[in-house]
Design a binder for this molecule. Structure first.
Ligand code: G3P
Ligand code: CA
Length: 266
């Protein structure tokens, strides 16, 4: 299937090595300048001219899809305990911005619906399904809820799903064979297989990994099989330039403004 992320963007992506588009993916929003995974951070990604906003999704105790990275709420809110033991109403009482800077006090943990409402028509989205929310059930879980939400907000052509949990990748594929989905490389699921085999086994479209995991051997295998590769999380110009020169298809960054500048000068 081999669908690179730039085809989901609302505008023409900037060109990298060999004139190939390189997608600017705002990691948890523009998270170096705004509290991660909040509406402020996704608005920041739009302001900083990212092509796509990456976000992490989980389920609340009452089955709502919220955008939040950690299993525990203490790092990024003024609450304590595990996210999945809180209802949406309880989570909405928390401050998800003050930990980052007092001027963001009052920011809330957003629902996926709230984020999609902000992003629709402005910025494509990469919805990363956190393993904590995934079960063996194909239907009725977080995967189906996310797919329905994306459809409801008319973002089917502008949304990509991803997960470290291979079950979530398979479930997305099984529920909607046309929904674009990326494998997030995880050493413990790898079994020493080349990326092309991992991607093929799950019926995925692209391969996402960390900068240090993108070895020459893995990149050669991905290129040979024409599989798009997106790399996280790169915030410094030097490594951005190196990855662009190596021909990656997209870069996740907390500083989309920096990556935009680097790509424009490339
Ligand atoms: O999707 C890329 C990246 O977000 C995966 O790692 O821990 O930031 O969710 P993490
Ligand atoms: Ca993520």
């Amino acid at each position: 299937m081999a669908r690179p992320y730039h085809i989901f963007t609302y505008k023409k992506a900037a060109l990298g090595a060999g004139g190939r588009p390189c997608t600017i993916i705002a990691h948890r929003g523009a998270s170096a300048c705004y509290p991660e995974n909040t509406l402020a951070s996704f608005k920041g990604a739009i302001i900083q001219d990212a092509d796509m906003a990456e976000m992490d999704v989980q389920l609340t105790a009452d089955g709502e899809v919220v955008v939040f990275h950690d299993a525990k709420i203490s790092r990024c809110t003024n609450g304590r305990g595990r996210l999945k033991t809180h209802t949406l109403a309880q989570l909405k009482q928390l401050d998800a911005g003050g930990w980052f800077h007092e001027r963001f006090s009052g920011e809330k943990i957003p629902t996926l619906a709230e984020v999609l409402r902000m992003c629709r028509g402005r910025i494509a989205v990469n919805i990363e399904i956190k393993a904590d929310a995934v079960t063996d059930a194909v239907r009725g879980g977080i995967e189906e809820k996310c797919l329905k939400m994306v459809e409801l907000y008319g973002m089917c052509g502008h949304a990509v799903f991803s997960s470290f949990d291979p079950r979530a990748v398979l479930h997305i594929r099984q529920i909607n064979p046309r929904a674009p989905v990326a494998v997030l490389f995880d050493k413990k699921n790898d079994d020493g297989r080349p990326p092309s085999e991992i991607v093929a086994a799950l019926g995925a479209d692209s391969f996402n990994c960390s900068r240090l995991e993108l070895t020459g051997k893995r990149l050669a295998d991905l290129k040979e099989h024409n599989i798009p590769v997106n790399v996280y999380s790169v915030n410094d110009e030097e490594n951005m330039k190196k990855l662009i020169a190596r021909g990656v298809d997209g870069i996740f960054t907390d500083r989309p403004d920096v990556l935009r500048r680097v790509l424009e000068d490339f």
